[in-house]
Design a protein around this ligand. Structure first.
Ligand SMILES: NC(=O)c1ccc[n+]([C@@H]2O[C@H](COP(=O)([O-])OP(=O)(O)OC[C@H]3O[C@@H](n4cnc5c(N)ncnc54)[C@H](OP(=O)(O)O)[C@@H]3O)[C@@H](O)[C@H]2O)c1
Length: 183
């Protein structure tokens, strides 16, 4: 599959590496922007508050299947949207999903070492299911459907619970968790 990742950080580059290893062709787009006309799927992995500006710099995204991996750390979604994923949909009018926002990028290289494939939530449009579930499995995750795109807001709020669990000293990632402003 031809995939474009918008955001070349921990998540964008990390998933691009995993997907390339699985045989996908991945274009990596940074803050300078670019054209995703060729892509069959687009991953958005920029800081949550930068989503509007990032999409402004991306051409050819209308109607594309987009997976939004952003989290809202100290920011709200753009005015008029209940989640960043719904904001993406309002811009693209294509199949849209929220996924990859509830697993830590620092563990990407350990996914395959897990005793069983770690679960990864996705919520969103039925039309996005095939692409999202394939890209989840090709990264090493077992996709878990969390309902329609209206549920993306709940999935974005889930981050607060993850922080609470980690800061409570539970969870394998606790001892090496990065400061929340870097997640
Ligand atoms: N890290 C995690 O474990 C994790 C897990 C799940 C979800 N998330 C979420 O996923 C998103 C990305 O996280 P990350 O850890 O990959 O962050 P990161 O390492 O800081 O990378 C963010 C990337 O976005 C780029 N960027 C910033 N503003 C942009 C813009 N306007 N247009 C295009 N690109 C822009 C940055 O470019 P520059 O390099 O030029 O600054 C950088 O390459 C965040 O919303 C985060 O909350 C993170």
């Amino acid at each position: 599959m031809k995939v474009a990742v918008v955001g070349r950080g921990n998540v964008g580059n990390g998933l691009a590496d995993l997907w390339e290893r699985a045989g996908h062709e991945v274009a990596r787009i940074g803050r300078e922007g670019g054209d995703v006309s060729d892509a069959e799927a687009v991953l958005v992995a920029v800081p949550g508050g930068a989503i509007a500006g990032a999409l402004d710099n991306v051409q050819g995204i209308e109607g594309k299947t987009v997976i939004d991996a952003t989290n809202l750390v100290g920011v709200d979604p753009p005015a008029g949207s209940s989640s960043n994923a719904e904001f993406v949909k309002s811009r693209t009018n294509g199949p849209t999903a929220k996924s990859f926002n509830t697993n830590f990028a620092a563990l990407y290289n350990e996914i395959r070492e897990a005793r069983s494939a770690p679960s990864n939530l996705w919520s969103g449009d039925e039309e996005a299911r095939q692409v999202v579930e394939q890209l989840n499995r090709d990264a090493g995750y077992e996709p878990v459907y969390a309902g329609p795109l209206e549920n993306a807001a709940a999935q974005e709020h889930f981050l607060k619970l993850m922080f609470a669990i980690n800061q409570g000293g539970l969870g394998r990632f606790f001892y090496r968790m990065a400061p929340p402003d870097q997640l």
